[in-house]
Design a protein around this ligand. Structure first.
Ligand code: ADP
Length: 195
Protein backbone atom coordinates (compact mmCIF):
# COMPACT_ATOMS: atom_id res chain seq x y z
CA UNK A 1 0.00 0.00 0.00
CA UNK A 2 1.23 3.47 -0.83
CA UNK A 3 -0.23 6.53 0.93
CA UNK A 4 -0.20 9.83 -0.96
CA UNK A 5 -1.11 12.98 1.01
CA UNK A 6 -2.64 15.53 -1.35
CA UNK A 7 -2.99 19.11 -0.16
CA UNK A 8 -3.07 22.67 -1.44
CA UNK A 9 -4.80 25.99 -0.88
CA UNK A 10 -8.43 26.48 -1.85
CA UNK A 11 -9.02 26.53 -5.60
CA UNK A 12 -5.58 25.19 -6.50
CA UNK A 13 -7.07 21.85 -7.60
CA UNK A 14 -6.53 19.48 -4.67
CA UNK A 15 -9.94 17.79 -4.99
CA UNK A 16 -9.48 17.53 -8.74
CA UNK A 17 -6.15 15.74 -8.32
CA UNK A 18 -7.77 13.37 -5.79
CA UNK A 19 -10.61 12.72 -8.23
CA UNK A 20 -8.13 11.93 -11.01
CA UNK A 21 -6.30 9.51 -8.71
CA UNK A 22 -9.63 7.91 -7.81
CA UNK A 23 -10.41 7.43 -11.49
CA UNK A 24 -7.06 5.68 -11.76
CA UNK A 25 -8.13 3.24 -9.05
CA UNK A 26 -6.95 4.87 -5.81
CA UNK A 27 -8.92 4.78 -2.55
CA UNK A 28 -9.55 8.37 -1.46
CA UNK A 29 -9.93 9.35 2.20
CA UNK A 30 -11.40 12.85 2.29
CA UNK A 31 -10.60 14.79 5.50
CA UNK A 32 -13.29 17.40 4.81
CA UNK A 33 -15.95 14.74 4.46
CA UNK A 34 -14.80 13.01 7.65
CA UNK A 35 -14.81 16.30 9.56
CA UNK A 36 -18.44 16.81 8.57
CA UNK A 37 -19.32 13.30 9.80
CA UNK A 38 -17.54 13.54 13.18
CA UNK A 39 -19.23 16.87 13.95
CA UNK A 40 -22.77 15.54 13.38
CA UNK A 41 -25.02 15.46 16.50
CA UNK A 42 -23.96 12.71 18.90
CA UNK A 43 -20.65 12.01 17.14
CA UNK A 44 -17.35 12.25 19.08
CA UNK A 45 -16.16 15.69 17.96
CA UNK A 46 -19.69 17.11 18.33
CA UNK A 47 -19.77 15.94 21.96
CA UNK A 48 -16.43 17.54 22.76
CA UNK A 49 -17.33 20.79 21.00
CA UNK A 50 -20.60 21.04 22.96
CA UNK A 51 -18.82 20.23 26.24
CA UNK A 52 -16.27 22.91 25.57
CA UNK A 53 -18.25 25.69 23.89
CA UNK A 54 -21.72 25.13 25.38
CA UNK A 55 -25.12 24.29 23.91
CA UNK A 56 -25.60 27.88 22.77
CA UNK A 57 -23.60 27.05 19.62
CA UNK A 58 -26.28 24.54 18.56
CA UNK A 59 -29.24 25.07 16.26
CA UNK A 60 -32.69 23.86 17.39
CA UNK A 61 -32.09 20.51 15.64
CA UNK A 62 -28.81 20.05 17.62
CA UNK A 63 -26.55 20.52 14.62
CA UNK A 64 -23.66 22.92 15.14
CA UNK A 65 -24.39 26.51 14.15
CA UNK A 66 -21.11 27.08 12.29
CA UNK A 67 -21.60 30.83 12.13
CA UNK A 68 -22.12 31.09 15.89
CA UNK A 69 -19.19 28.81 16.61
CA UNK A 70 -17.08 30.78 14.14
CA UNK A 71 -17.96 34.04 15.91
CA UNK A 72 -17.09 32.49 19.25
CA UNK A 73 -13.59 31.50 18.20
CA UNK A 74 -12.97 34.40 15.82
CA UNK A 75 -11.19 36.69 18.27
CA UNK A 76 -9.40 34.10 20.32
CA UNK A 77 -6.38 32.24 19.04
CA UNK A 78 -6.64 29.93 22.06
CA UNK A 79 -10.27 29.00 21.37
CA UNK A 80 -9.60 28.51 17.66
CA UNK A 81 -6.69 26.21 18.44
CA UNK A 82 -8.83 24.23 20.87
CA UNK A 83 -11.55 23.78 18.24
CA UNK A 84 -9.03 22.71 15.62
CA UNK A 85 -7.44 20.29 18.04
CA UNK A 86 -10.78 18.62 18.82
CA UNK A 87 -11.67 18.23 15.13
CA UNK A 88 -8.19 17.21 13.95
CA UNK A 89 -7.82 14.53 16.61
CA UNK A 90 -11.09 12.90 15.55
CA UNK A 91 -10.41 13.21 11.84
CA UNK A 92 -6.95 11.70 12.25
CA UNK A 93 -8.38 8.87 14.33
CA UNK A 94 -10.98 8.11 11.66
CA UNK A 95 -8.43 8.31 8.83
CA UNK A 96 -6.18 5.84 10.61
CA UNK A 97 -9.14 3.50 11.19
CA UNK A 98 -9.93 3.58 7.48
CA UNK A 99 -6.33 2.84 6.56
CA UNK A 100 -6.32 -0.05 9.03
CA UNK A 101 -9.50 -1.51 7.50
CA UNK A 102 -7.98 -1.29 4.04
CA UNK A 103 -4.85 -3.05 5.29
CA UNK A 104 -6.91 -5.75 6.98
CA UNK A 105 -8.84 -6.26 3.77
CA UNK A 106 -5.51 -6.86 2.00
CA UNK A 107 -5.67 -3.68 -0.08
CA UNK A 108 -2.34 -3.12 -1.76
CA UNK A 109 -2.93 -0.11 -3.99
CA UNK A 110 -2.77 3.66 -3.68
CA UNK A 111 -4.50 5.45 -0.79
CA UNK A 112 -5.02 9.20 -1.12
CA UNK A 113 -5.35 11.37 1.98
CA UNK A 114 -7.12 14.48 0.72
CA UNK A 115 -6.32 17.09 3.39
CA UNK A 116 -7.10 20.79 3.04
CA UNK A 117 -5.07 21.79 6.09
CA UNK A 118 -1.44 20.80 5.84
CA UNK A 119 -0.93 19.54 9.37
CA UNK A 120 2.20 17.46 9.63
CA UNK A 121 1.41 15.52 12.75
CA UNK A 122 -1.08 12.77 12.07
CA UNK A 123 -1.92 13.82 8.53
CA UNK A 124 1.13 14.29 6.43
CA UNK A 125 3.43 12.16 8.55
CA UNK A 126 1.33 9.10 7.82
CA UNK A 127 1.71 9.69 4.09
CA UNK A 128 4.58 8.07 2.21
CA UNK A 129 4.73 11.08 -0.07
CA UNK A 130 3.14 14.53 -0.01
CA UNK A 131 1.83 16.16 -3.18
CA UNK A 132 1.07 19.87 -3.05
CA UNK A 133 -1.14 21.34 -5.76
CA UNK A 134 -0.46 24.98 -6.61
CA UNK A 135 -1.83 27.47 -9.08
CA UNK A 136 -1.46 31.25 -9.57
CA UNK A 137 -3.79 33.15 -7.23
CA UNK A 138 -5.63 34.87 -10.08
CA UNK A 139 -6.60 31.50 -11.53
CA UNK A 140 -7.57 30.21 -8.06
CA UNK A 141 -9.89 33.20 -7.59
CA UNK A 142 -11.57 32.56 -10.94
CA UNK A 143 -11.98 28.83 -10.24
CA UNK A 144 -13.38 29.38 -6.73
CA UNK A 145 -15.81 32.01 -8.04
CA UNK A 146 -17.12 29.70 -10.72
CA UNK A 147 -17.15 26.52 -8.57
CA UNK A 148 -18.88 28.06 -5.56
CA UNK A 149 -20.87 30.85 -7.29
CA UNK A 150 -18.99 33.31 -5.13
CA UNK A 151 -18.34 37.02 -5.51
CA UNK A 152 -14.77 37.98 -6.30
CA UNK A 153 -14.24 39.68 -2.90
CA UNK A 154 -15.38 36.53 -1.05
CA UNK A 155 -13.11 34.29 -3.09
CA UNK A 156 -10.19 36.63 -2.46
CA UNK A 157 -10.82 36.73 1.26
CA UNK A 158 -11.08 32.92 1.46
CA UNK A 159 -7.72 32.65 -0.25
CA UNK A 160 -6.17 35.37 1.95
CA UNK A 161 -7.40 33.67 5.14
CA UNK A 162 -5.33 30.57 4.31
CA UNK A 163 -1.64 29.87 4.52
CA UNK A 164 0.30 31.24 1.55
CA UNK A 165 1.13 28.66 -1.10
CA UNK A 166 4.85 28.91 -0.23
CA UNK A 167 4.05 27.38 3.17
CA UNK A 168 2.34 24.43 1.51
CA UNK A 169 5.29 24.00 -0.83
CA UNK A 170 7.65 23.64 2.15
CA UNK A 171 5.80 20.42 3.05
CA UNK A 172 5.90 18.94 -0.43
CA UNK A 173 7.76 15.98 -1.82
CA UNK A 174 6.12 16.79 -5.14
CA UNK A 175 4.68 20.13 -6.33
CA UNK A 176 2.00 19.94 -9.00
CA UNK A 177 1.57 23.18 -10.93
CA UNK A 178 -2.07 23.24 -12.00
CA UNK A 179 -1.80 26.27 -14.25
CA UNK A 180 -3.17 24.64 -17.37
CA UNK A 181 -6.15 22.70 -18.63
CA UNK A 182 -7.63 19.49 -17.28
CA UNK A 183 -5.86 17.27 -19.81
CA UNK A 184 -2.49 18.71 -18.78
CA UNK A 185 -3.28 18.02 -15.13
CA UNK A 186 -4.32 14.42 -15.90
CA UNK A 187 -1.09 13.87 -17.82
CA UNK A 188 0.96 15.22 -14.90
CA UNK A 189 -0.81 13.02 -12.35
CA UNK A 190 -0.53 9.96 -14.52
CA UNK A 191 3.18 10.68 -15.10
CA UNK A 192 3.80 11.00 -11.37
CA UNK A 193 1.95 7.80 -10.59
CA UNK A 194 3.97 5.89 -13.10
CA UNK A 195 7.33 7.42 -12.22
P1 ADP B 1 -9.52 22.67 -4.29
O1 ADP B 1 -9.94 21.29 -3.90
O2 ADP B 1 -8.03 22.83 -4.29
O3 ADP B 1 -10.21 23.77 -3.53
P2 ADP B 1 -10.78 22.03 -6.81
O4 ADP B 1 -10.06 20.78 -7.16
O5 ADP B 1 -12.18 21.91 -6.31
O6 ADP B 1 -9.90 22.93 -5.79
O7 ADP B 1 -10.73 22.99 -8.08
C1 ADP B 1 -11.42 24.26 -8.09
C2 ADP B 1 -12.26 24.37 -9.33
O8 ADP B 1 -11.41 24.49 -10.45
C3 ADP B 1 -13.14 23.16 -9.60
O9 ADP B 1 -14.38 23.61 -10.11
C4 ADP B 1 -12.37 22.38 -10.65
O10 ADP B 1 -13.23 21.63 -11.49
C5 ADP B 1 -11.65 23.47 -11.41
N1 ADP B 1 -10.35 23.04 -11.93
C6 ADP B 1 -9.35 22.44 -11.24
N2 ADP B 1 -8.28 22.22 -12.03
C7 ADP B 1 -8.60 22.67 -13.25
C8 ADP B 1 -7.92 22.74 -14.53
N3 ADP B 1 -6.67 22.29 -14.69
N4 ADP B 1 -8.58 23.28 -15.55
C9 ADP B 1 -9.83 23.76 -15.42
N5 ADP B 1 -10.53 23.75 -14.26
C10 ADP B 1 -9.93 23.20 -13.19
Amino acid sequence: MKIIGVTGGIGAGKSTVSAILKEMGAEVIDADHISRIVTQPGEPAWKEIVEHFGREILLPDDTIDRKKLGRKVFNSEKKRRKLEKIIHARVIHEMKERIKSLEEAGYDGIVVLDVPIPVREGFLDIADTVWVVVCPDEERIRRVMSRSKMERADAESRIRSQLPQEDYIKLADVVIDNHGDMETLKRKVSGLLNS
